[in-house]
Design a binder for this molecule. Structure first.
Ligand SMILES: [Fe+2]
Length: 218
């Protein structure tokens, strides 16, 4: 299965990114399920979230792990990962919702996000769900420059950005999730590769591109 191969490449080359994707996927599925979204939408959320940061395969690791502030060139490089991810996944056979998650997960509800500055409901519902859970997992994961935030602290921060960075309805649903569903341990145990057989898959992908993609750090 091509998507499984892709996820294994992500695990091998960017294990932290892959683990983040697994947790975001697990959290986003829990939130999407709470809204009673149709099974095919939940499936798109699950796979799209697993792959949402795939473009980081093409971002130098020294930028992804830099402890200090990024310079302008590094920011441009980092902010290119949604476009790069979509390009990388072009032949994987993702459905439209999955593609939207990969491309638009850094859009903001107020239109100040990237890459397209989409505003409000122009950001697809599934993308808004993944965006909140993406931020939650980032906040509750340790970084070089700070410790992991508690679930309550992350909830408070995300709550303050409802209506600006995040969709207020999605934040409302997120805040109603019980803490037991927001535990990293429960999400970490989520299996990485479990793509159903009926997912549309293109006949080929330049898999070697994934394995050999490197960008020099200067
Ligand atoms: Fe991202």
């Amino acid at each position: 299965m091509i998507i499984d191969t892709f996820l294994k490449a992500l695990e091998a080359r960017r294990s932290v990114v892959a683990a983040h994707g697994r947790r975001v996927s697990a959290f986003a599925v829990r939130l999407a399920t709470q809204y009673g979204l149709a099974p095919d939408v939940v499936e798109s959320v699950r796979v799209g979230a697993l792959l949402h940061d795939a473009g980081k395969l093409l971002v130098p690791e020294c930028i992804l792990t830099k402890p200090g502030r990024l310079n302008e060139r590094e920011w441009v490089e980092l902010r290119s990962h949604p476009d790069k991810g979509l390009d990388l996944l072009e032949r994987v056979g993702l459905d439209d919702r999955m593609r939207e998650i990969v491309l638009h997960h850094h859009e903001r509800y107020d239109g100040k996000g990237y890459p397209d500055g989409l505003v409000g409901s122009a950001i697809p519902w599934a993308v808004r769900i993944v965006a909140v859970m993406d931020a939650f997992d980032a906040l509750t994961s340790p970084r070089e420059y700070r410790a992991a935030l508690s679930v309550d602290a992350a909830r408070a921060l995300i709550s303050r950005e409802a209506g600006t960075r995040f969709c207020p309805w999605v934040v409302s649903g997120f805040l109603s999730l019980p803490a037991s569903l927001l535990d990293h341990g429960s999400a970490d145990s989520h299996p990485a590769c479990y793509v159903p057989d009926n997912l549309p898959v293109a006949s080929s992908i330049h898999a070697t591109r994934v394995w050999t993609a490197t960008v020099a750090c200067r």
